[in-house]
Unconditional design. Structure first.
Length: 112
C-alpha cells in the first residue's frame, strides 16, 4: 500500500471567486469562503475570523465554530514569496472521506 498525499487545491469554483485566506499581522486570519456556483449572482462569500501562529516550521490555525474552538497544526513544506504549501496527516474524521492509502492533506496558498 502506498502512502499518498493529496492536494486540496481546486482552481475551479464555477463563476465564484476562489476562497481567500488573508494572513494578517498579530495572528489574525480572515478566511472568505465561497461555495461553488455556476450562477455569479449566488457568489456571496462567508467571512470567518480565525487566528494563526507560527512556531519553527509548524503553522497552527485556530478556528472557532458553534461547536467550540479547534486547532489544526500543519508542517510548512515549501515557502516562497509567491506561495506556500502546508501538509498535515488526516484526522480520524477525515479518514472516512478519502481512500485508505491517503495519509495526509496538502494545502496550497498562492499570493494574490
Amino acid at each position: 500500500m502506498n502512502d499518498d498525499v493529496v492536494s486540496t487545491y481546486i482552481e475551479d469554483n464555477g463563476q465564484c471567486p476562489l476562497d481567500v485566506f488573508d494572513f494578517r499581522e498579530q495572528g489574525v486570519l480572515l478566511n472568505t469562503d465561497y461555495d461553488f456556483s455556476t450562477n455569479p449572482n449566488q457568489c456571496s462569500g462567508n467571512v470567518n475570523h480565525e487566528t494563526w501562529s507560527l512556531s519553527g516550521s509548524t503553522l497552527t490555525l485556530t478556528v472557532s465554530t458553534p461547536n467550540g474552538k479547534f486547532e489544526y497544526a500543519y508542517q510548512i513544506k515549501k515557502g516562497t514569496s509567491s506561495e506556500f504549501i502546508i501538509q498535515a496527516p488526516l484526522s480520524k474524521a477525515q479518514e472516512e472521506e478519502y481512500d485508505r492509502n491517503v495519509v495526509a492533506l496538502k494545502h496550497v496558498f498562492r499570493k494574490m
